[in-house]
Design a protein around this ligand. Structure first.
Ligand SMILES: Nc1ncnc2c1ncn2[C@@H]1O[C@H](COP(=O)(O)OP(=O)(O)OP(=O)(O)O)[C@@H](O)[C@H]1O
Length: 340
């Protein structure tokens, strides 16, 4: 196998807060190979965004980051100067966030912002060429009347169109890696589908590897090659997308899958994981999922399960992963099916 494009080993991030030290991310390993789409899923607060922000060192100064290895294309990101990092951000690594209004500059036209991204990272300083490229990019991401709209400001764009403009900026310099953090969460459902389809097209055209952060397993099924399931700042399970959906081996993943709506049956309970994620300033001893786990035993309350291989390219952090082989996720959560 080729070398990974991105290699993260032993990433831990804490924040000192009034409520104590928050263990936002603990012992995360994540490698991404060229061209693949890796989804990071988990409930709110599970550490997805903090993991992604760590890559390009975009966390606030209050974050304490401890990382064994952090390499992009074999280069140590931790050793890079701020200036070197700036040339990576928006160049070989494109970023797309949930709310484009926080990233787009309200007093610059959309075209100027795309052209600026092009000029910043490419040898051309030719403004006309950069503007022409902005129109091409807007066209590529499906913004109608691109020649006119390139002169408009972000507030003149709808939410879906702004997200398209963000994607145009992210792919402007033909990136090797795209980081998309909940790129469609703020959009209406119909627009979400369009923007996801566009992201998939942009990914296919640029061949960029993609880290897609989402809490939506439907999006994962649609988009991802590989899935990393996070719980309480740790990786609970990781596998190829088909393997994970067909043969989940962690009770948390099974809970997420059991809560997916299905076409063929009604279920009498759509949110089967009882309880809430733990307070990361005071995480439980042992397995962080044990207070909510239908399988929890004494050992889980005192010892933390390591992330272990359970099948080819499939890892689970559950002591009892063997017992879970072949178990239906809904059965594990005691869910009754009410046939429609
Ligand atoms: N600047 C900060 N100061 C203190 N705690 C923080 C800070 N940023 C994140 N955290 C904490 O780190 C943990 C992980 O947050 P993160 O944003 O990565 O979660 P997430 O999985 O991306 O959630 P969401 O889906 O809501 O975005 C949370 O407990 C969060 O409160």
């Amino acid at each position: 196998m080729s070398d990974p494009l991105l290699r993260i080993e032993n990433l831990s991030v804490t924040f000192d807060t009034d409520g104590g030290t928050v263990h936002a991310v603990s012992d995360v390993d994540l490698s991404v190979w060229p061209g693949e789409i890796v989804a990071i899923v988990g409930e709110s607060g599970s550490g997805k965004t903090v993991t992604a922000m760590s890559i390009l060192r975009l966390l606030p100064k209050t974050a304490r980051v401890d990382c064994g290895t952090l390499e992009f294309r074999g280069e140590n990101l931790q050793a890079m100067s701020v200036r070197q990092l700036r040339s990576v951000r928006g160049g070989p690594v494109g970023m797309i966030f949930q709310d484009p209004m926080t990233t787009l500059n309200p007093v610059m036209t959309v075209g100027e912002q795309i052209a600026e991204a092009v000029i910043l990272h490419q040898s051309t300083k030719d403004k006309r060429a950069a503007r022409a490229r902005a129109v091409d990019l807007l066209r590529l991401v499906g913004v109608p009347d691109a020649e006119q709209r390139v002169r408009q400001y972000p507030h003149e764009f709808s939410g879906g169109m702004r997200q398209r403009a963000m994607i145009a900026i992210a792919i402007a310099n033909d990136p090797d890696l795209l980081i998309a953090d909940e790129p469609t969460t703020a959009l209406d459902v119909t627009i979400q589908a369009q923007v996801l389809a566009l992201l998939k097209k942009a990914q296919a055209e640029t061949g960029a590897a993609t880290i897609l952060i989402t809490h939506d397993l439907g999006v994962v099924a649609e988009m991802a090659d590989r899935v990393v399931v996070m719980y309480a700042g740790r990786i609970a399970e990781t596998a190829g997308v088909r393997e994970l959906f067909a043969r989940p081996r962690h009770p948390y993943t099974m809970g997420l899958l059991a809560s997916l709506p299905r076409m063929d049956v009604d279920v009498d309970e759509l949110d089967p994981i009882p309880g809430n994620p733990p307070n990361l300033a005071d995480p439980p001893a042992g397995c962080p999922f044990h207070p909510r786990c239908p399988l929890a035993r004494d050992r889980c309350r005192t010892e933390r399960p390591p992330l272990e291989p359970v099948a080819k390219d499939h890892y689970s952090a559950c002591f009892f992963h063997e017992e879970l082989a072949g178990v239906d996720a809904r059965t594990l959560y005691g869910q009754r099916e009410v046939t429609a």
